[in-house]
Design a protein around this ligand. Structure first.
Ligand SMILES: [Zn+2]
Length: 292
C-alpha cells in the first residue's frame, strides 16, 4: 500500500482493508500475507513501529486484519518478505542461503538460511543498514555513527552531495548544470545521470556509498558465508560505478577463502508481493503438516 502524505496507522489500515476487500471482490482468502515497512514481530503478528508513518507503535496488525478480513494473516518486515520472494520466485531460486539487501531511502536486509527466513531472536536479523563501517563517521538517524545506511542510502547520498556542492563551489560542474543550480532537487537519479556524464563529485559520491555498502556486505559474508547476495532498490539502478564499488568493497573486506556473487534482485519492486505469497504458502504447508 502506498501511504499518502499525512497518513497515520489508522488511515493506513483503513486503506489496506479497503484495497484488500476490493481485490477479493467477495471471495474468501485462505490466508493473507503482509509485507510491512518497519520492524515487526512475525510470531506475534505485532508491528513495533514505522520509521516513516506515525501511530504504528505496538499495533497488533495481524489480529486487526483477521477481524476485518476473516482469514489468518501473516506479517513480516518488508526486507525479510522480499528476501523470501527473491528466494522462491526471483534471482535466488535454487540457492539454500542468501542475503537480500534493499538500497533505497534506507538500507534494509533479509536472510534466507538453509531455505528458511532467518529472523533472529528479536526479529531484528538482517539489519545490514545499521552495521557500522566507520565508528568515527557521520551520525546516522539511528543515533550511531558511520552505519552503512549513513553512507549508502539514497537519503544520505543526496544529502551529502547537496552539502558538498554548497561547500565546494569549484566541484560538481556537470551536476550543477544538470539541476540548473536547484541544489535542493538533487536525488540519486540525478547524481547517477551526472556521474554517467563524468561529473567528479557525483562519481565520488557513488563510489563512497558503494564502498561502504560493499564493506558491510563483505563483513556479512565473513559471518554467514552465503553464496549469493542480491541487491534491489533505487540506488542499485545508479549504474556500473556503484556496482563495481560494491563488489570491490566486499572483496576487500571478505576473507580470500570466502566466495560469493553480488547480483541484482530479479523481482524489482514486486519482491515483497511475491514474498507475501510465499509467507502464505509456508503457513499453509505448516498447518497441513500439523493437521496431518
Ligand atoms: Zn544507523
Amino acid at each position: 500500500v502506498f501511504a499518502p502524505p499525512n497518513s497515520n496507522a489508522e488511515t493506513d489500515i483503513r486503506q489496506m482493508v479497503a484495497l484488500a476487500k476490493e481485490m477479493l471482490a467477495g471471495e474468501q482468502p485462505c490466508a493473507i500475507g503482509v509485507s510491512f515497512g518497519g520492524p515487526v514481530d512475525h510470531d506475534r503478528g505485532l508491528v513495533h513501529l514505522s520509521h516513516h508513518v506515525p501511530g504504528w507503535e505496538n499495533i497488533r496488525l495481524s489480529s486487526l486484519l483477521e477481524t476485518k478480513l476473516s482469514a489468518p494473516v501473516l506479517i513480516d518486515n518488508d526486507a525479510n518478505v522480499a528476501a523470501l520472494g527473491e528466494h522462491r520466485y526471483g534471482a535466488g531460486r535454487g540457492y539454500q542461503t542468501l542475503l537480500y539487501v534493499t538500497v533505497s531511502t534506507g538500507v534494509g536486509g533479509g536472510w534466507i538460511i538453509n531455505g528458511q527466513p532467518w529472523r533472529g531472536h528479536e526479529n531484528m536479523a538482517g539489519e545490514i543498514g545499521h552495521t557500522v563501517v566507520d565508528p568515527q563517521g557521520p551520525r546516522c538517524l539511528c543515533g550511531k555513527r558511520g552505519c552503512v545506511e549513513r553512507f549508502a542510502s539514497g537519503r544520505y547520498i543526496a544529502q551529502d552531495v547537496r552539502e558538498e556542492l554548497s561547500a565546494s563551489p569549484g566541484k560538481g560542474e556537470i551536476l550543477r548544470a544538470l539541476v540548473q543550480d536547484q541544489i535542493a532537487s538533487i536525488d540519486t537519479k540525478l547524481i547517477a545521470e551526472a556521474a554517467a556524464r563524468g561529473d567528479d563529485l557525483a562519481i565520488e559520491a557513488l563510489k563512497t556509498a558503494a564502498r561502504a555498502l560493499g564493506v558491510g556486505i563483505g563483513n556479512a559474508a565473513n559471518l554467514i558465508n552465503p553464496p549469493l547476495i542480491l541487491l534491489g532498490g533505487g540506488v542499485t539502478k545508479t549504474g556500473d560505478i556503484f556496482w563495481e564499488g560494491v563488489r570491490q568493497g566486499a572483496r576487500m573486506t571478505s576473507l580470500p577463502e570466502i566466495h560469493f556473487e553480488i547480483e541484482p534482485a530479479g523481482l524489482g519492486d514486486d519482491a515483497p508481493l511475491w514474498g507475501a505469497i510465499a509467507l502464505v504458502e509456508n503457513y499453509l504447508a505448516n498447518s497441513m503438516t500439523q493437521s496431518a
